[in-house]
Design a protein around this ligand. Structure first.
Ligand code: DIG
Ligand code: MN
Ligand code: MN
Length: 392
């Protein structure tokens, strides 16, 4: 009898997918759709067929087309609600599409045109209302068109101030309407515009500090986006956790030096995926694990379902590997040897006092002994390789 599969997802895992992910129709800048478009209700039913999915997210216009009439919007919402009821899926996150309509061709919150900036705020207010209608508690902002194609066109200081004005306005609106949203800012470098503002999550950490309600605003880092910037996603998530700003996360995968591939989670960089899972598990991240990714353009409906199942299966397998790593005596004893503490030095260098400063100045360090301390990182890294490859 086959061993029961330990890697079956359940809603407790809080795996989510955007309507635009498993609903992706396979279009790219060089080719038309390869899959039929699905209605929001059909996407929800597909996620129900996938099994084990916790929730579904949407941009306002994934659900309600930008020029839909009231009656059309009402019908779509009714069908969507019925599908959520049929499948038991939740809506943990909502966001605004401020990048598809041509009106945003020069940005939304950072457009040179005050009318476009004001329209973007209005559109977001309405989209926040829509998300709240379905119970969303995280609101993501991805500035897909916030940037320039020529540096001559926009003052980067002014653009950052315009972005701040929009966020301050929307934080106040969130408070006024008592939506209770946590705002999560998502960075991406240089696509689809050549110079996007706030290209990496670190840019937003600095930006958040200047807002009127910084406590309400955090990050939604995406694996593919930081990888596009040549940065270790695990370190970005570590900085977000250290700053208590990991409000949401977009999981997928990415090969370096390419366009935003939004590949299935775990399909390229096993080591980054492993240490990401370790970080989120070790630090008890309890938010949604959102797969902002899509199947290959060559996939049909059946393979889209495999894409969604594989995304969650890979995470569950990595959970198993993290438990193995944390229980591995040889690895843990290596880690214990690598990190060295010294109580006396902790006391005089951990917190400034005049006495500690004097004691530290008087302290004589044995530089050679510190230099000679062994750091068996090759041994450690090989043990990780053995573990991930299943030979340990
Ligand atoms: C792109 O990675 C962005 C958009 O898909 C969306 O606004 C956001 C939600 O996760 N990610
Ligand atoms: Mn992406
Ligand atoms: Mn994303």
């Amino acid at each position: 009898m086959a061993r029961p599969d330990r890697f079956v997802p359940t809603p407790k895992d809080k795996f989510t997918f955007g309507l635009w992910t498993v609903g992706n129709i396979g279009r790219d800048p060089f080719g038309g759709p390869t899959r039929p478009a699905l209605s929001p209700a059909e996407v929800v039913d597909l996620l129900g067929e996938v099994g084990g999915v916790y929730g579904v997210n949407f941009h306002d216009n994934d659900l309600i087309p930008i020029d839909a009439s009231e009656a059309q919007a009402g019908r779509i919402k009714q069908e969507f609600q019925a599908a959520l009821k049929r499948t038991g899926l939740k809506v943990p996150m909502a966001t605004t599409n401020l990048f598809s309509d041509p009106v945003f061709k020069d940005g939304a919150f950072t457009s040179n045109d005050r009318a476009v900036r004001a329209y973007a705020i209005q559109k977001t207010m309405k989209a926040m209302e829509l998300g709240a209608e379905f119970g969303a508690k995280v609101y993501v902002f991805w500035g897909g068109r916030e940037g320039t194609d020529t540096l001559a066109s926009k003052d980067p200081v002014q653009a950052a101030l315009w972005f701040r004005q929009a966020m301050d306005f929307l934080c106040e609106y969130n408070l006024d309407r008592k939506f209770g949203y946590k705002f999560a800012l998502e960075a991406k470098p240089n696509e689809p515009r050549g110079n996007l503002f706030f290209p990496v999550s670190g840019s937003y950490l600095g930006f958040i500090a200047g807002l009127k309600h910084p406590e309400m605003v955090g990050l939604n880092p995406e694996f593919a986006h930081e990888t596009m910037a040549g940065i270790s996603f695990v370190q970005v998530v570590g900085e977000a956790l250290a700053a208590k700003k990991l409000f949401h996360i977009d999981l997928n995968d990415q090969e370096p030096g390419r366009f935003d591939q939004d590949l299935r989670f775990g399909s390229v960089n096993y080591k980054q995926a492993f240490f990401l899972a370790k970080l989120l598990i070790d630090y008890g991240y309890s938010g949604p694990k959102h797969f902002d990714s899509h199947a290959y353009r060559s996939s049909d409906r059946a393979d889209v379902i495999e894409f969604a199942r594989g995304s969650m299966r890979s995470w569950k397998i990595l959970e198993d590997k993290v438990a193995q790593f944390n229980a591995d005596k040889e690895i843990q004893s290596l880690l214990a040897r690598i990190v060295r503490e010294d109580a006396a030095l902790a006391r005089i260098s951990g917190k400034f006092t005049k006495g500690n400063a004097q004691a530290l100045l008087n302290y004589s360090f044995d530089r050679q002994a510190m230099t000679d301390r062994p750091l068996p990182y090759e041994k450690l890294d090989q043990l990780v390789f053995d573990l991930i490859m299943g030979v340990r």
